[in-house]
Design a binder for this molecule. Structure first.
Ligand SMILES: N[C@@H](CCC(=O)N[C@@H](CS)C(=O)NCC(=O)O)C(=O)O
Length: 194
């Protein structure tokens, strides 16, 4: 399958998940004119114009990070807990990070006025506190086993410095641990991020 991506963007979550899941994939970047690395019009593939976008081997196009991550977990039988409640906690964490943190990063990715950045920082700070409480002393966000929520968490934590919000200690430690994982180092290297 093909994963459309931008280096260091939120598609990194899906890239890490594909590696952890052991599924075959090809990475295809998109240029400023929305042309894909293999010469196609990206907007014809995904009219939303967003990455991540996944193209399965039968040509099905999947969009929205949470859905692509769930698809990767379903295809591989990995990265989702057996326990039903922990499965729902995984999807809950994904939805929370997407709506409360990823959304709040917008003012820092584009140059928004300072008052909007101040409001966004407050929101991000509160959300990090919630994630920090959820993680506690666990190795990963939902339990001691890695899930698709951690794939997304890694990107959320990697992008945090742009917002100027400091990470709580356990989230910072989780980021450091994950950065040393073979799947993460490989994904970063494949995106040219060393
Ligand atoms: N709702 C989408 C949002 C994804 C998103 O915001 N992607 C950004 C990069 S992190 C993007 O592609 N923005 C369009 C652009 O930069 O042209 C999802 O959760 O997958």
């Amino acid at each position: 399958m093909n994963l459309f991506y931008y280096p260091a963007a939120c598609s990194l979550a899906d890239h890490i998940a594909l590696i952890e899941a052991g599924l075959p994939y090809k990475l295809l970047s998109i240029d400023r004119d929305k042309k894909t690395e293999d010469g196609r019009d990206f907007l014809a593939i995904n009219p939303k114009g967003y990455i991540p976008t996944l193209e399965t081997d039968d040509g099905t196009i999947m969009t929205e990070n949470q859905v692509i991550l769930a698809y990767i977990a379903e295809q591989s039988g990995k990265l989702l807990p057996e326990d039903r409640v922990l499965r729902w906690r995984t999807f809950e964490a994904l939805a929370f990070m997407s709506s409360e943190i990823h959304g709040a990063y917008s003012p820092f990715f584009r140059d928004f006025p300072e008052p909007e950045k101040v409001r966004a920082r407050e929101k991000i700070k509160k959300a990090f506190a919630i994630l920090s409480d959820q993680m506690g002393e666990q190795a990963f966000l939902v339990s001691d086993e890695m899930t698709i929520a951690d794939c997304y968490l890694f990107w959320i934590l990697m992008a945090a410095p742009k917002s100027g919000v400091d990470l709580p200690e356990n989230l910072h430690n989780c980021f450091t641990r994950m950065k040393a994982m073979p799947s993460v180092t490989r994904a970063l290297a494949e995106e040219g991020l060393g």
